[in-house]
Design a protein around this ligand. Structure first.
Ligand code: S3P
Length: 426
């Protein structure tokens, strides 16, 4: 098991990149987004916006330029808005076009077509949009927008995507639209509204907006590194003797930092250095050193929303810990790019790990080895692919990952960055 030594800057944050592109629909002039995520998911958002008339270019170092003239300049798309694999694209774009007086048709890949869209259809219909969808739940679907009237919503699921969807529609509705999430979720939407000058009100967990009176000015925004991508290397370093790794300029949004809390509670040495603010988002360098075998913990169920995307990789820390690692209150994992509870448990079982699946989580028994050569099925889920690669690395046993190419959905250079980090320091 090779140590992870040195320093790495992972690519720009996917959640923030989607928002930086999509929110420019409300701006006038030429905006620039630096260090944008190279994820295919983000390109899906850019492509949908192009079909709505925004002029978007990307240079070879990943700087996006977006030219627009306010929300009223958006045009009816003549082609399907294809969100690919991206839940954030399809849900945020749905909120955006729900306010536009034309028909927008959406679709996605096989994985996205399996994910429920009811959570956005319900509020958008209540605001006044018309939605027709396959089985009234899934993509493909069509939204006829316009004539929205604001309302208040209490979300049943702690979803930052649904929150953003409702607010994007609310910015085009008469009256006030407000949304309350049941738990703390990533607050990128609120922070970016503040940074680019979109007015809103906040009262505890409730965010409210009114129709945007005039477009905001074009903006320049630099995206922090993605903590959800950094998480793979954090776990790898925490599990591999001799590791001493710094991940630089990582986004530390309070709705995303469960990974730090859990690794620390498992006994890892995680130092947060150079804490600062970048374009309205907290960022820091994360310094992680191997500190002995991790110990088992139970992840607090009410904190799951702040690490929902990191549960797959945390399961590997759990599989290699001393004791038992338990996740509950995480039924949302069943609605991600794959059913992440079943797919994780099945893959771990195939590799000889003792794991018990529950409706809202799983319990894994830590152990020292896994069965090399075991199949690891990704189900078109990028985070499962990267999890499999890190599991192979930290257990020193190659797993047979069926489709590593889906990693490009969020982190196209993941395998190269991993190989370089391990190869150059051993
Ligand atoms: C995201 C919110 C989360 C997260 C997803 C990105 C966002 O989804 O899992 O990867 O950018 O708002 P939910 O809103 O479904 O929890």
């Amino acid at each position: 098991m090779a140590p992870f030594i040195g320093s790495l800057t992972v690519p720009g944050d996917k959640s923030i990149s989607h928002r930086a592109l999509i929110f420019s629909a409300f701006s006038t002039g030429k905006s620039r987004v630096l260090n944008c995520s190279p994820a295919h998911d983000v390109e899906s958002s850019a492509e949908c916006l192009r079909k709505l008339g925004l002029k978007i270019t990307r240079d070879e170092i990943g700087v996006f330029e977006i030219e627009n003239d306010g929300i009223d300049s958006l045009v009816a798309p003549t082609d399907i808005l294809d969100a690919g694999n991206s839940g954030t694209t399809i849900r945020l774009m749905s909120g955006l076009v729900a306010g536009r007086p034309f028909v927008s048709k959406f679709d996605g890949d096989e994985s996205l077509r399996r994910r429920t869209m009811k959570r956005v259809f319900e509020p958008l219909r209540e605001l006044g949009a018309q939605v027709s969808a396959r089985e009234d739940t899934f993509a493909p679907f069509a939204i006829t927008g316009g004539n929205l009237i604001g309302k208040s919503f209490e979300l049943k699921v702690a979803s930052a995507q649904v929150e953003a969807c409702v607010l994007l529609a609310g910015l085009q509705a008469d009256g006030e639209t407000s949304v309350t999430a049941p738990h703390t979720v990533r607050d990128h939407t609120r922070r970016m509204f503040e940074y680019i000058g979109i007015p809103f009100n906040q009262n505890s967990k409730t965010l409210s907006v009114k129709r945007l009176a005039k477009p905001v000015d074009a903006y320049e925004l630099t995206v922090p590194s993605d903590i959800s991508s950094a998480a793979f290397f954090m776990v790898a370093a925490a599990c591999s003797p001799g590791s001493d790794l710094t991940l630089t300029t990582v986004g530390m949004n309070p709705g995303r930092t469960l990974i730090v809390d859990i690794l620390r509670s498992m006994g890892a040495s995680v130092e947060i250095e150079n804490a600062r603010v970048l374009c309205g988002e907290p960022v820091a360098d994360i310094h992680i050193q191997y500190n002995g075998r991790l110990k088992g913990v139970a992840v607090p169920p009410d904190s799951i929303a702040s690490g929902i995307d990191e549960i797959p990789i945390l399961a590997i820390a759990g599989a290699l810990c001393d004791g038992e690692f338990h996740v509950s209150g995480a039924a949302e994992l069943r609605h991600k790019e794959s059913d992440r509870i079943t797919s994780l448990c099945d893959n771990l079982k195939a590799a000889g790990v003792k794991v018990e699946e529950q409706p809202d989580g799983f319990t894994v028994q830590g152990q020292k080895t896994i069965r090399g050569g075991s199949p690891w099925l990704t189900h078109l889920d990028h985070r499962l692919a990267m999890t499999g690669l890190i599991a192979s690395q930290v257990f020193d046993a190659q797993l047979d990952i069926d489709d590593p190419s889906c990693m490009s959905v969020s982190y196209p250079t993941f395998a190269d960055d991993l190989a370089q980090l391990v190869g150059s320091k051993t």
